[in-house]
Design a protein around this ligand. Structure first.
Ligand SMILES: NC(=O)C1=CN([C@@H]2O[C@H](COP(=O)(O)OP(=O)(O)OC[C@H]3O[C@@H](n4cnc5c(N)ncnc54)[C@H](O)[C@@H]3O)[C@@H](O)[C@H]2O)C=CC1
Ligand SMILES: Nc1nc(O)c(N)c(N[C@@H]2O[C@H](COP(=O)(O)O)[C@@H](O)[C@H]2O)n1
Length: 221
């Protein structure tokens, strides 16, 4: 499995304001770039914090679906995936519509009743982990479903966990020109934070887009 993280942050490293409202940090050129990364992926994953905050759709625009067909011979959108230990995804969430397959990674903490409701609402429910979603195990299960390239879109809790588990191969981050501030605003990598053995990245490319820059890194093994 090849895992690519992509997100957009302010100059002070925030993904959103402390109110956790969705903000357009990216401009149109960067959103086009995001769409191309989605189009190249077999699956796009977010944490349930992002689902609750943003109600994202995580699909491609029609142009990119054509691009995907030419590139990979596979029609349609990449699969959508949510890391959702206690199955908090609302039953009317946009990611549960029928525009793509949606996998919900949940833990054993989720009741059979809740799993059934989510399955009835359109989700493919996969149980991985006792108290919390075990991301490495989840990725193995997604690989069994044919997902070979996974894009992680956020938020900061999920991105930290993916780095913590040593699962990330590439990181792209758009740095916009806003300053958001707020000690409780989500950042690119939240979680408990590293105190030793910090992940080491190699800067591969810098590109100016909209009013910001895209930084592209590979992650050292
Ligand atoms: N600017 C950007 O590119 C993006 C911004 N965002 C913003 O980020 C915020 C949401 O981020 P967060 O609150 O950090 O939530 P998140 O989206 O990272 O979800 C975290 C939640 O996922 C669940 N989870 C299950 N298994 C997990 C695991 N193994 N590791 C980590 N989490 C796991 C937990 O309930 C946890 O609270 C929103 O304000 C959203 O707008 C989200 C994505 C991209
Ligand atoms: N790359 C990027 N730039 C921003 O400025 C953003 N706010 C985000 N947010 C992510 O995109 C999701 C929304 O996706 P849909 O348009 O609904 O398909 C949102 O939930 C974040 O994951 N990303």
């Amino acid at each position: 499995m090849h895992v690519v993280v992509n997100a957009a942050m302010s100059v002070d490293g925030k993904l959103a304001s402390h109110r956790r409202e969705q903000l357009a940090i990216s401009g149109p050129e960067d959103f086009d770039r995001v769409d191309r990364i989605r189009a190249a992926a077999d699956g796009v994953i977010v944490g349930v914090g992002t689902v609750v905050a943003d109600d994202p759709h995580l699909t491609l625009d029609v142009t990119d679906r054509r691009v995907q067909r030419q590139r990979h011979g596979r029609p349609g959108n990449p699969a959508r995936v949510v890391a959702d230990s206690t199955a908090r995804t609302p039953l009317d969430a946009r990611i549960l519509d029928d525009e793509a397959t949606t996998y919900l990674l949940v833990s054993e903490q989720t009741s059979e009743e809740r799993r059934t409701k989510l399955a009835d609402a359109g989700a493919e429910v996969i149980v991985v982990g006792d108290d919390r979603v075990d991301l490495a195990a989840g990725i193995d299960r997604l690989a069994d479903e044919g997902i070979e390239r996974l894009m992680i879109e956020g938020g900061g809790e999920l991105i930290f966990s993916a780095f913590d588990a040593g699962l990330v191969d590439e990181l792209s981050v758009f740095v916009g020109s806003q300053l958001i501030g707020g000690r409780d605003a989500p950042t690119l990598a939240d979680g408990d934070g590293f105190t030793e053995e910090f992940p080491v990245l190699t800067l591969d490319d810098i590109e100016q887009l909209d009013d910001g820059v895209v930084l592209k890194y590979t992650v050292e093994a």
